[in-house]
Write a protein that binds this ligand. Structure first.
Ligand SMILES: Nc1ncnc2c1ncn2[C@@H]1O[C@H](COP(=O)(O)OP(=O)(O)OP(=O)(O)O)[C@@H](O)[C@H]1O
Ligand SMILES: [Mg+2]
Length: 436
């Protein structure tokens, strides 16, 4: 018996031969390997000329050639280099220890604070929620921004987009929301944006207290497209994990457009034909899959609200990604350059924005007040250009006269400093008082 056990131990110690493949091509982002069976989604390592290993993921194949995409910049690869398939399914271990930490798209810590551990397994793909069992949105979410709390009330579990051209104030507004929203856990995905903004976000928007309950997934613009895609999916998976643990989670992604652009790079490299504005069709099917994994889950406790920034390239509100995001999210908050140029911050265009969950979660008085403010703004917009010319004569239409009178107060109400706090109840009372 002992001899049998010893023989088994010895057999276990004998290293198993692992089939390796060979690199036969590298063009642009795409690497081609032959000689070993690889399946899509599988990870593999490729040997570089200086004996290092480059991690990559299988993204497709044709006949006997597998296509891989590296996670880091592909430097030092040569034809015939060894390709080592990774057999294990990739899972991460997550738990309370992840709070206050920063990771990359692979879930590896990048803050120099040591290894990440946890008691729960985390799949790399965001989980799907049965639509019939999804908990509805029925409670307001206080984001601490007057224009949103009063005019575009968001609910716990809602998913919204902040849409604007570049430099109009999406990231600053996201920072204000991060600072002021009450949530148990905040998961932040900084995807494809400037690396300078990462430190700024941590120091200014989160601060030391905010960081303690936050997990940051970071893939700035200089990361490979695979890393940017994986980082976006990872922040959804992490947020869904805490939601299913019964926590109220706030997920912030800056920006959804950079995720779409990373998907575009991957799909174009794989040979998919470009459709609208260079985006291949698969991008438009991947976006809803991602966004649908956000929002509330099946458990009674726990919620997940998500806010995405969406870049309207060239201030084009008909940009295909803006259009898709508008269609798949539960609301859009449009920021306009004309308001920002006037110094009206946050530059939220209340008339163009919508929160699809608002009517179900607010009181009747609140709804009536919000509607009458919108109507007053629309009336004022019709005569806005006439006023400085002296061509507007009061007395013709009492509704327009009241709108013109009210306008400075409305603008004053909707503007807010970056350090100013605006709790939900105060915002609603302020709105109702203003419109009485
Ligand atoms: N609420 C605000 N109060 C004062 N200034 C603001 C505010 N929001 C934005 N700004 C000004 O606008 C600049 C650009 O803002 P921000 O970086 O948020 O733009 P963005 O929409 O995220 O741009 P990009 O798409 O290029 O990332 C800021 O550096 C700041 O000067
Ligand atoms: Mg920005």
């Amino acid at each position: 018996m002992i001899a049998d056990a010893l023989r088994k131990l010895e057999l276990d110690a004998v290293p198993m031969a692992t089939p390796t493949g060979r690199l036969v091509g590298a063009s642009g982002l795409l690497l081609e390997a032959v000689g070993c069976p690889l399946h899509t989604g599988q990870r593999a390592r490729i040997e570089t000329v200086d004996g290092q290993w480059l991690d990559a993921q299988v993204v497709g194949f044709r006949d006997k050639v597998s296509y891989l995409m590296p996670f880091k910049k592909a430097i030092g690869l040569q034809t015939g280099a060894r390709v080592l398939p990774q057999q294990d399914k990739v899972t991460l271990k997550i738990g309370q220890g992840w709070l206050g930490r920063m990771v990359n798209g692979l879930g590896e810590p990048i803050d120099g604070l040591g290894k990440l551990t946890g008691e729960h397994e985390l799949d790399m793909q965001p989980p799907r929620v049965n639509p019939l069992r999804k908990k509805p949105v029925h409670e307001p979410l206080d984001v601490g921004v007057r224009a949103i709390n009063s005019m575009l009330t968001l609910g716990k579990g809602q998913r919204v987009g902040l849409m604007a051209g570049s430099g109009v104030g999406k990231s600053v507004l996201l920072g204000i929301i991060t600072r002021q929203t009450v949530a148990d856990v905040v998961v932040v995905g900084l995807i494809g944006e400037r690396s300078r903004e990462v430190r700024e976000f941590v120091d200014m928007s989160l601060g030391p207290e905010g960081l303690k309950k936050a997990v940051l997934v970071i893939a700035p613009a200089d990361e490979s497209p695979m890393m940017r895609v994986m980082a976006t999916e990872l922040c959804h998976t992490i947020a869904a994990h805490y939601r299913d643990q019964g926590k109220n989670v706030l997920l912030l992604v800056d920006s959804l457009t950079r995720y779409a652009m990373a998907l575009r790079e991957v799909a174009l490299a794989l040979g998919e034909p470009p459709a609208t504005k260079g985006y291949p069709p698969s991008v438009f099917s991947n976006l809803p899959q991602l966004v649908e994994s956000a929002g509330n889950g099946e458990h009674e406790n726990g919620s997940m609200s998500a806010i995405y920034t969406v870049l309207a390239e060239g201030d084009d509100q008909q940009d295909p990604i803006v259009d898709t995001a508008r269609a798949i999210l539960d609301g859009h908050i449009v920021l306009t350059r004309s308001l920002a140029e006037r110094g009206h911050y946050p530059a939220i265009d209340v008339g163009q924005s919508i929160s699809r969950c608002m009517n179900g979660i607010i009181s009747k008085e609140h709804m009536l007040a919000a509607r009458s403010l919108k109507a007053a703004m629309a009336k004022h917009d019709r005569v806005r250009d006439l006023i400085p010319l002296g061509a507007y004569v009061p007395g013709a239409d009492p509704v327009t006269d009241r709108a013109v009178q009210l306008n400075p107060h409305i603008e004053n109400f909707l503007c807010q400093g970056t350090k100013e706090d605006a709790p939900y109840t105060g915002c609603v009372e302020g709105l109702e008082r203003l419109m009485k």
